[in-house]
Structures are given as C-alpha cells and as structure tokens.
Design a protein around this ligand. Structure first.
Ligand code: NAD
Length: 343
C-alpha cells in the first residue's frame, strides 16, 4: 500500500492516479460530502469516470449494487473513495465484486482505509469479511479535508480509532511492532483531540489526529478484535446506534472488563495516557472532558434492549482476555447504558 500524508496532499491525487496507471476513476462519497467529492473529481480532469454520492453507514446492499453497476457502465478502472468509513466501505464493496482497486481519501479517523475488512448490510444484518482485494492500493491523508468534520464527530471518530489500538494491544495475535503502533496511536490521539476541541481549525493538531488514525487503523487491519468491537458491531447492527459515538461510550467499559487479563496492554495504555494508573477510567474521564457522549441511553438505546445484546454477543464466542459471562456483560452494558464510570 502507498500512503501520501500531509496538509494539501489531495492536490497530488491526479499524479497518484496517473502513477498507478488508472485512467477512469469513479469517485465515491456520501450525499453530505458531494461537494467535496465533486471538487476532488474535478482535479482529476479526463481521468474522472463520474461521481456517485450515495455512500451510507454500513454499506446497504442496494447501494453497493448500484455502485457496482455504475462502475461497470462507466468503464471505471478504479474507485476513489472520499470520506469516512462509509465511503471507503462502498469502495471496498465494488472492489469485492469487480476487483476494481480502491484509492482512499479519508476524511474521518475511523481507519477503514488501512484494513482488508469489508462490510455489507442486507435485511438488517451486517456481514463482514476479510479480502486482500479490498485493501486500498493508495491512501492520501490530507488533514485539510478533516477541517469540516464537526468537533463532536472528530472526537467520537478519534475515540473509535483509539478503540482499534486498545483491542490490538490485547489481541490474540498481537505482535510487538503492532503494539508499538497501538501505543503511539493512542498517545497521538489523546494529545490531539483536546487541542482540536479547543481549536477546531488547528491544522497541526488535525495532522496529529490523522497520524494517530493511521496508526490505529493499521492495528485494526493487523489483528483480531475482541469484546469491544463485538459489542459495538451488535449495538450498531441490531439497534442501529451511531457507529463512532457507540465506540466512544462502550470503550472504557469494555477495557475495564478486560484490564485484569491484559497486563501488558494496561501498561502500554498507561504510558500513552500520561501515566494513568487506570486507563479505562482515564478514557472515560477524557470522553467527558471532550464533551463526548458517555451513555448508550443518550444514543437512543432502551434499557430493555440490554438482554438482547447480551444474548447476541454470547451466541458467537471469540477470543477475549477475560471470560465473557452473561452476568459480566449485563453489568458492563447497564453501566454503559446509564453513563456510569467503568468498574
Ligand atoms: P461515516 O463515513 O459514516 O461519516 C459520517 C458522516 O460524516 C457522513 O455523513 C459523512 O459524509 C460525514 N463526514 C465524513 N467526513 C467529513 C468531513 N471531513 N467533513 C464533514 N462531514 C464529514 O463515518 P465513519 O465513522 O468514518 O465510518 C463509519 C462506518 O465505517 C461504519 O459503517 C463502520 O462499520 C465502518 N468502518 C469500517 C472499518 C473497516 O475496517 N472495514 C473500519 C472503521 C469503520
């Protein structure tokens, strides 16, 4: 994978596309970012096949089908996905179907651009899988494109990235180098997010946040995620809770649940979070300081849904540093639902 990083690098997209030998790029973005998508497409001149501004959260199958058809009709030889995980996810869906390479221009901190993981939603169920064909061939990280990301979304998106690093640190397939990247990713984001909240147009802080997102996204791509990601997948898929805010609320609780079985992860997180003796509590405090949501209730979850999520999460066992029990999960979700500190 090629990576181009720095303020203003989106201007080098035409060179990048030419260097990769592509001639007809289909630009994908969400309807809210159509203007940005069209501006990026305009820079490509004759190498633009068209713009499809239909990306939506969790890649609904009908949108993926339309994007595949458009790519075929227009004779596209690559997709340029401009946006967050939803636009990049749509590019991955086209890559999965047609083998068209994806060039990613991320505008959030979600990290999808660094992973071979795809997701598709049909009939209310989200399927995910890994396929090397969906890993973008090139990523252009331009912090200038994140200046329009509202502060609230910047914070929750940054915490979403931190969650990838946290789980990479206690993953069953953790490795020393990926752990270094995870620790540095958490350090970068924990430092950049308060600066962003104070000064949203601080391009240097935006760059540090994107550097953290790159590190954390790479950790997500390199390791197997555990309880935290399973919980968020279930809360998002079953209850349609918003992706990044859900990660933000659940992370301190999932980490608190796992800390007793993840000594090395706790030590790394403690270092990354300014010698925090209890990283889970520090992340919960940080979310509060940054004005982020801290309860699932405020994201629209009903307390009566807790049992349903517990059943769903227990139905598919997976690796986790601490055994997952119905009682433990219920306690975790009740605290996260009510906005209580993690225990
Ligand atoms: P998103 O892509 O859904 O974006 C949220 C909203 O913010 C959209 O309306 C978008 O247009 C807008 N937006 C994005 N960047 C903006 C900017 N710079 N300025 C103004 N508005 C902007 O949100 P997300 O959190 O980046 O992605 C979530 C999706 O990505 C979920 O479906 C999640 O499952 C998926 N995801 C996948 C992976 C993976 O590895 N496959 C990793 C992380 C997330």
């Amino acid at each position: 994978m090629r990576v181009v990083f720095g303020a203003g690098v989106v201007k080098s997209l035409p060179n990048e596309i030419a260097h990769l030998g592509f001639e007809r790029a289909l630009v994908l973005c969400s309807p809210e970012q159509e203007e940005t998508g069209r501006a990026v497409a305009a820079t490509l001149g004759e190498r633009t096949a068209g713009v499809l501004a239909e990306a939506r959260m969790h890649v609904p199958m009908e949108v993926a089908d339309r994007a595949r058809d458009r790519a075929g009709e227009l004779g596209a030889d690559c997709c340029v996905a401009v946006g967050g995980g939803s636009a990049i996810g749509l590019g991955k869906a086209v890559a999965l179907a047609h083998g068209l390479p994806v060039v990613a221009v991320p505008t959030t901190y979600a990290g999808s651009e660094m992973t071979p993981v795809w997701g598709l939603t049909e009939g209310g169920r989200k399927r995910t899988g890994r396929d090397p064909r969906v890993l973008p061939v090139s990523v252009l990280y331009d912090p200038e494109l994140t200046l329009t990301l509202p502060v609230g979304m910047s914070v929750t998106s940054g915490m979403n990235a931190v969650a990838h690093a946290v789980e990479a640190l206690y993953a069953p397939d953790a490795t020393p180098i990926v752990s270094l990247m995870a620790e540095e990713g958490v350090r970068a984001l924990a430092g950049a997010l308060p600066d962003l909240v104070r000064t949203p147009d601080d391009i240097e802080a935006r760059g540090r946040a994107q550097y953290g997102a790159w590190l954390c996204g790479a950790c997500l791509g390199a390791t197997t995620m555990s309880l935290h990601h399973k919980l968020c997948h279930s809360l998002g898929g079953t209850l349609n809770l918003p992706h990044a805010p859900t990660h933000t609320v659940v992370l301190p609780h999932a980490l608190a649940y796992n800390q007793s079985g993840a000594r090395h992860a706790v030590a790394a997180l403690s270092r990354a979070l300014g010698a925090a003796p209890d990283p889970a509590r520090r992340l919960w405090d940080l979310a509060g300081e940054l004005g982020a949501p801290r309860s699932l209730r405020e994201l629209g979850m009903a307390e009566t849904d807790i049992a349903r999520i517990v059943d769903e999460v227990l139905a598919n066992p997976y690796a986790n540093p601490v055994g997952v029990t119905a009682d433990g999960l219920t306690r975790l979700l009740r605290a996260a639902w009510a906005g209580e500190p993690p225990t």
